[in-house]
Design a protein around this ligand. Structure first.
Ligand code: ADP
Length: 746
């Protein structure tokens, strides 16, 4: 019973009751028995949608209260930015009970001082890592840290950051309670050993899940049962399953392997969904479609709206945030009958449905070359979305088999298989490069042996019997960092591997440059590349700077499509003078990367030359969300480039700043001043400029009617903008305070 949980605030049982939570689920009860409300460390490996969040909540609330009313703060680490605001919304419900909740996802250079006043802080692991690097003083007040989706330590890109960050937080404060939430994995016990935690490892689910595969005219389920789902002549297997589910008034989630496939599958499934819509549903869906079209004026937006009107939708990371939210809500409200999604949706957004179809079990993987099978863990996480507690008797999740052999294979590979064990990816060089510099710069280690001791507290060390391999990589990395002037080592003679010859330990310290790079949250290799490019130029062009930051390891490049290679090779020659640093020869290995980063740079240049969003999405084959993320990354990297230029006295500040502001607002140089005004944005800045208002100063003095005309008669907008810029006309005094104006909503 929720009233019997020890050490939680006394308002909690009633609060949970109001949400329909009267008693704990068995894994939650097990967590309480393990002392999760007593400050004890815990690893909870339980299936999707089985109430992990409540386990975290219990830990955080008891920890904030403290055993004697002397608790600290709680930190909740999420794997994706998109999930941070979801979680914040959830925890914000505690604000009525006097708790303050803050979310920190923003830029990586501050110590987030404002978070000092919060009780619960939600952040990505990258953000937490950067807060540690920037010595955020309030980190010492943490008494509880929760790591959500901790099985992602297995991820090549982000896993090492999570791993190192947890180790650092523990080292800052040895009494810190660590709670790690994981999907069901093969080796939860190793995670528990690593974190010195108790383990709740459970497969219990609030609603039964039957896994299986569709083949021929039946769903074959793991309990040996079959149910008839015949495929008629004019439909494919997923369509037949969606139709069959709809005949029973249920909804379906279909997972596919790419954004484009999500879009085309949704389009095809409109034929299946539409006949099932009631007239009321049609009206409501038409309203949602209108909202979708209002978010942005792109092909994607139009396609999504068309599909939603007919009861189907797609969902992927290339969608604008507002689009995603609208789709999720419409699906939860059972208006949209089928959502075709890439696996991102499985990663945490709460969208249960009667059935789940995993249509594609292979995905294109550039690094591995060609199509690769998904992991069991991923497929099980997608399948775990099936079944809505309290609504369905059970959930069904099926793969799609095209042949009898494939049916057998899918059962072997996924239905009957256990999820893989997770493995630390820390020993990869790019990860160690970044984390070793940061570990030395923020004082967690000051020698080679100190570093190795620190790394002992990672999952990597827990999983590796042979410490020799780690030592070798560590030595290589120390050498790289020393040669590039990020680290100084002094004290005694050492051989070329960096180990000492006479047994005396040498001291490792970060140079000023090293400190800057660590605080800026740059991969040291990015910093080296940027400095190298900047050192040889007097007057960099915007394209030159965009290309420079696009070829660092911190920017994901755009892929070259067929025909691109020729186009960008030409471009590389035509604009050779503008490109910074040394170009690889056309036949050298790095040339293709050089071209992909030129493609990225051209996208950024188009954006900051006021090209329409739609033109850009078409030209580069990307979604509006991709433009946003490239722009964000470029903005951050150019900010970092400016700091590096200052650090090295290169005097390029104004050029870099201009390129950065242009990309931030998506404007040509002449609009930089205006576009920075809150509520103005690229389109409005252009209109004001066209009306002869070319600077903030002239906007401040401008005639209100001119402004109003330039903004096409939008009175409220004009007033807000004038207020934001500090307009001086006396009659403006009575205007209401500015609200958060959406930039260029029109
Ligand atoms: P997870 O994080 O494991 O994917 P959630 O924490 O989001 O799952 O929980 C899924 C749903 O179950 C939520 O809607 C939550 O309110 C509900 N829930 C959690 N615990 C209980 C409980 N003890 N009794 C009833 N419902 C619960």
């Amino acid at each position: 019973d929720v009233a019997d949980i020890p050490n939680v605030p006394n308002w909690l049982p009633e609060h949970l009751g109001a949400e329909g939570i009267e008693s704990l689920y068995p894994p939650q009860a097990a967590a309480v028995d393990c002392g999760v409300t007593n400050g004890d460390n815990l690893v909870a490996a339980i299936p999707t949608a089985s109430g992990k969040t409540l386990v975290a909540t219990l830990a955080m609330l008891s920890s904030i209260a403290g055993p004697n009313g002397d608790g600290g703060k709680a930190l909740y680490i999420v794997p994706l930015r998109a999930l941070a605001s979801e979680k914040e919304k959830e925890f914000a419900e505690f604000e009525t009970h006097g708790l303050d909740v803050g979310v920190s996802t923003g830029n990586y250079e501050s110590d987030g001082g404002w978070l000092a006043g919060k009780d619960i802080i939600v952040a990505t692991s990258e953000k937490v890592d950067s807060l540690v690097r920037n010595d955020a003083p309030w980190l010492e007040d943490l008494s509880c840290v929760v790591a959500d989706e901790v099985h992602l330590v297995d991820d090549n890109q982000r896993g090492p950051t999570l791993e190192v960050t947890l180790a650092k937080l523990q080292s800052l404060n040895p009494t810190l309670q660590t709670v790690a939430l994981s999907a069901t994995i093969g080796n939860a016990d190793e995670l528990a050993d690593w974190l010195d935690a108790d383990l709740v490892d459970s497969t219990w689910r609030p609603i039964d899940l039957k896994k299986g595969a569709h083949f021929g005219d039946a769903l074959h389920l793991e309990d040996g049962s079959q149910s008839r789902v015949a495929v008629s002549a004019d439909e494919n297997q997923p369509a037949a399953i969606v139709r069959d589910t709809l005949e029973d008034e249920g909804s379906t989630l279909v997972f596919v392997n790419s954004r484009r496939n999500a879009e085309s599958a949704a389009r095809r499934l409109t034929d299946t969904a539409e006949p099932f819509l009631s007239p009321e549903e049609q009206t409501e869906l038409a309203d949602i479609a209108t909202e979708i079209r209002e978010v942005s004026d792109t092909d994607t937006s139009a396609d999504l709206a068309d599909a939603v009107e007919q009861g189907a939708a797609f969902h992927h990371a290339g969608l604008a945030r507002d689009h995603r939210t609208l789709v999720e809500e419409a699906f939860r409200d059972r208006l949209v009958k089928v959502v075709c999604a890439t696996p991102t949706l499985a990663a945490g957004v709460n969208t249960p449905s009667r059935r789940v179809v995993v249509r594609d079990w292979r995905r294109y993987d550039g690094t591995a070359g060609g199509m690769q099978p998904l992991s069991v863990l991923e497929v099980h996480q997608m399948m775990g979305r099936a079944g809505r507690p309290g609504r369905d008797p059970y959930g069904e999740a099926v793969l799609v088999a095209k042949s009898h052999d494939e049916l057998d294979e899918l059962f072997e590979r996924y239905v009957w298989a256990e999820p893989e064990p997770v493995r630390s990816k820390l020993a990869a060089e790019p990860a160690l490069r970044t984390h070793i510099l940061a570990t030395v710069a923020s004082g967690f280690a000051s020698s080679r042996s100190g570093l190795l001791t620190f790394l002992e507290s990672t999952l990597y060390a827990e999983q590796t019997a042979d410490s020799g391999q780690l030592e070798t990589v560590v030595d290589d990395v120390i050498q790289y960092l020393t040669v590039n002037d990020f680290l100084d080592s002094e004290g005694s003679a050492h051989d070329s591997e960096g180990s000492t010859l006479d047994g005396e330990e040498e001291t490792l310290t970060a140079t000023n440059l090293g400190h800057t790079v660590s605080r800026l949250y740059l991969d040291p290799m990015s910093a080296a590349e940027i400095l190298h490019g900047l050192e040889e130029t007097k007057e960099p062009s915007a394209l030159g700077l965009y290309h420079l930051v696009s070829r660092t390891p911190d920017m994901y490049e755009l892929y070259l499509r067929s025909g691109d290679e020729e186009e960008y090779t030409m471009e590389a020659y035509e604009r050779e003078d503008e490109l910074l640093g040394t170009a690889p020869s056309e036949f050298a290995e790095g040339f293709e990367d050089w071209l992909s980063s030129l493609k990225t740079a051209r996208l950024l240049e188009d954006w900051s030359s006021e090209k329409e969003e739609e033109t850009i999405t078409e030209r580069y084959g990307v979604g509006p969300g991709d433009i946003r993320s490239k722009v964000d990354t470029a903005q951050w990297l150019l900010g970092a480039a400016e700091s590096l230029a200052t650090e090295r006295d290169l005097g390029l500040g104004p050029d870099i700043r201009e390129a950065r502001t242009r990309v931030e607002h998506g404007v040509r140089a002449e609009l930089v001043d205006l576009a920075g005004v809150r509520g103005v944005g690229r389109k409005r800045a252009r209109r004001l400029f066209g009306a002869g208002i070319e600077t903030r100063a002239s906007l401040r003095e401008a005639d209100k009617s001119t402004v109003l005309a330039a903004l096409r008669g939008r009175e409220k907008t004009a007033e807000n903008i004038l207020e934001n810029v500090g307009h001086r006309e006396p009659s403006m005094e009575n205007i209401e305070p500015a609200t958060d104006v959406t930039v260029d909503a029109d």
